[in-house]
Design a protein around this ligand. Sequence first.
Ligand SMILES: Cc1cc2nc3c(=O)[nH]c(=O)nc-3n(C[C@H](O)[C@H](O)[C@H](O)COP(=O)(O)OP(=O)(O)OC[C@H]3O[C@@H](n4cnc5c(N)ncnc54)[C@H](O)[C@@H]3O)c2cc1C
Length: 364
Amino acid sequence: MARVTIVGGGYGGITLAKALDGIAEVTLVEQKDAFVHHAASLRAAVDKEWSERIFLPYDKLLINGRVVRGTAMAVKGTTVQVSGEGDIQADHLVLATGTNYPFPAKHLESTTAIAKARIERVRVCLESAKRALILGAGAVGLEFAGELTSAFPDLRVTIVEAGPTILPQGDYKAELRDSIAAQLAERGVEIITGDTLAYLPPIDVGGLAPFRVTTTGGRTIEADIWFRAYGACAATGFLGEDYDEIRRYDGTIRVDDKLRVIDHPGVWAIGDIADVRESNRAQHARDHAAVVAQNIQDIMAGREPSASYTPQSDLVVLPLGPVGGASQVLKDGMRVVEGPEFTNRIKGEDLFTENLREQLGLVG
Ligand SMILES: Cc1cc2nc3c(=O)[nH]c(=O)nc-3n(C[C@H](O)[C@H](O)[C@H](O)COP(=O)(O)OP(=O)(O)OC[C@H]3O[C@@H](n4cnc5c(N)ncnc54)[C@H](O)[C@@H]3O)c2cc1C
């Protein structure tokens, strides 16, 4: 049986580990003590019940393979050096370490108890805050504005976005932007586009203290709490100099259409860290995993890898709390914009949690 090491137990890593479990000798290396369901992390920042639901155990994921808790420190060929574990050798190494993103969208902490304590502190601060400032009007900043105004209807939220529109990156229809902007305006959210802060607020992200900042465009903004909703960077620093030639400025690494890492035989990359020209999405990470699962099985059977990956168009399901939001999805091959009702049904109410629990073997 081929030995397959997967580094990173996020959406892509767990999908691949499960697909190859029993077919190959699978080792999943993950630094966190629980799976973190990031698609629901913004709700967790405002709702205590949800902060319990986003941390899900790995222990029922695999039947034959193993999950090793540790941080990948370095890679040489298909061998990975893991903190507290030493070298793990493999025939195939799959890199699935995702992106780092500012809290509360993603957490740096690898221990659930500490991550939960940090979320709780933010929630308590939010209960006393009267004005919140969010920097960045991409999907995360907008979704967070929706969660904040749903949980704290009296909170006055301001969003500052450097780009000329909300959702400045990505191929989105004007209808989507208009729907999100109108719903947020109804909730009293002020969106300032084409402007940036002259300097960052003098308090920590998620801390509570009144502050005043000015923008480069000359506006003054006052708030009690602030959040950063920009600055995703692929978590590939541990790969070292060997990967410098194929690493882009944002940390993503180059792959071919089979998702093999360029110039690194036996190494594959899936999910947010792969330099595939599409938005970062959990579903894309899962689709990458399916391609690599097929290709590794082909190689195990003595065949050429048969599965190729085609980048997908920009789709988004963007809830504004449990009720509200808009989505851009494919219908009969056409991109269409759907409103709050559709968005609530698809993501707003359950934030994809039940599917994930099933995948992790936690249902039934
Ligand atoms: C707030 C928010 C909402 C989102 N909502 C949606 C949504 O509704 N739908 C959607 O499709 N996408 C959504 N996304 C995007 C989605 O979360 C990402 O595209 C997805 O997480 C990518 O999966 P991945 O497997 O590449 O990486 P991740 O899920 O980020 O997993 C990477 C894993 O690798 C681990 N890791 C990192 N470095 C190391 C190391 N050195 N050693 C060991 N382990 C390591 C990390 O701890 C992590 O568990 C959302 C993202 C955010 C932040």
